[in-house]
Design a protein around this ligand. Structure first.
Ligand SMILES: [Zn+2]
Length: 413
């Protein structure tokens, strides 16, 4: 346990894994290796409770490892989060601590101090009509095509955990994701008071109830400007009265927008905001977004909150031909042919982790931590999947030791 009662990354992840399995979730993880010789776990949790047929709630926290409010929200409130998503028929897919190696150091970046070419929240690039790839799309600049920033044609350097996230995200069922919520904290803006603000797309009136609930806890920092490019002090965005701004910045949230997720947003509480308040703000968003989904009439296609991203292949044929004749490469397949998918067998064998030597070290350590934390209880069976074509690629899942009956929660809203 760290000073201020914050768990270590290992404790945090093992607590979440243990709780997730006991609540009927599947856990997958990847080993992320660093130049320092350290390794950390990237954990994906997917709710497997039966009958969740209203789509996916994608929740990501801890991209910036010093921003503790998001990971602590999932650590402290996972049963409540699952209750919220289940009661409205959504499947939770959770990445609870993306940059685990930076968590124990209290740094934004990983243990290598590597923030890549353009930060560690770097997920896509768009090509503008002049042929340039950019992570910041200006308001008046149409996007003609896009690809993951890990695409080798771009030659962009990404931090190790960001690259591992790309592999996971390219296998997510984007067409079924209804909500993509990425939780942050702002420790960068100088002299910023306690409060909350957010990056959103499209009409934000659907969030009015949420804004009202947040205002009862803390200020919403609206009607102000924030700097968005750390390398450029002149770069500012205006935030409206409700603290919302719309900005295509190449982030995981921008990727969700590009993948046409109806409700894609990144939320921020500022550093001076007491951590308990920040966690409550995060929970207001999670409950509120589930509430919005619950009010979507059954059988009706949910309206896209954000306007659809421009797509050259949606243009009339004449215009589309002009784009292609301009020498642009074909539009990359969103399922990417450039990164190998994890090869998971439909009937995975249970294997001994030591069959794979160093590759499974972190898997074994995680299981040992799990067993320590569950002293006296049966440990789950760990299943390791190794990509036969790429021995550096290993993932693991657990079979839960016993089924735990799930009680229908009280209505949260
Ligand atoms: Zn952040």
């Amino acid at each position: 346990m760290k000073p201020n009662n914050r768990p270590t990354s290992d404790q945090l992840l093992m607590d979440i894994i243990r709780e997730a399995i006991s609540l009927g979730c599947e856990v997958q993880m990847e080993t992320v290796r660093y130049k320092t010789g350290d390794s950390s776990l990237l954990v994906r949790i997917a709710d497997k409770y039966p009958g969740l047929d209203k789509g996916i709630f994608l929740l990501t926290t801890g991209i910036h490892a010093n921003e503790i409010a998001g990971p602590l929200t999932t650590h402290q409130r996972l049963p409540e989060i699952l209750a919220c998503t289940r009661v409205v028929g959504l499947q939770l897919v959770l990445y609870p601590l993306i940059c685990a190696s930076g968590w124990d150091l209290g740094t934004e970046q990983n243990v290598d101090g590597d923030s890549g070419d353009d930060g560690n929240n770097d997920y896509l690039r768009r090509r503008t009509i002049d042929g340039k790839w950019t992570w910041k799309l200006s308001d008046n600049d149409p996007c003609w095509e896009w690809c993951y920033s890990s695409d080798p044609i771009l030659g962009i350097h990404l931090p190790a955990e960001t690259l591992a996230m790309h592999t996971f995200l390219q296998q997510e069922d984007w067409s079924n994701i209804k909500v993509a919520l990425d939780i942050h904290q702002d420790y960068l803006t100088p002299d910023v008071p306690a409060g909350a603000y957010q990056y959103t797309f499209g009409d934000t009136s659907c969030y009015n109830d949420i804004f009202g609930k947040i205002r009862k806890l803390t200020d919403i920092l609206g009607d102000r400007d924030f700097q968005f490019d750390r390398k450029d002090p002149t770069s500012v965005r205006h935030y409206d009265h409700n603290g919302c701004t719309e900005f295509h910045d190449g982030s995981i949230t921008d990727l969700a927008y590009q993948q046409r997720v109806p409700y894609a947003l990144a939320i921020e509480t500022t550093g001076p905001t007491p951590i308990e308040i920040a966690i409550e703000v995060n929970m207001i968003w999670i409950r509120g977004l589930c509430d919005i989904i619950s009010h979507t009439p059954t059988g009706e296609t949910m309206s896209q909150q954000a306007s659809k991203p421009p797509d050259p292949f949606d243009l009339p044929s004449e215009e589309a031909r002009m784009v292609n004749e301009g020498g642009h490469d074909p539009k990359p397949d969103s399922s990417s042919h450039l990164i190998k998918p994890i090869q998971t067998s439909t009937t995975p064998d249970t294997v001994r982790t030591d069959d794979y030597g160093d590759l499974a070290t972190s898997v074994r350590e995680a299981l040992e931590s799990f067993q320590r934390l569950n002293r006296g209880e049966p440990a789950p069976k760990v299943i390791v999947h190794v990509d036969e074509n790429d021995k550096n690629h290993v993932s693991a899942s657990w079979e839960k030791p016993k089924s735990v009956p799930w009680r229908k929660p009280k209505k949260w809203f």
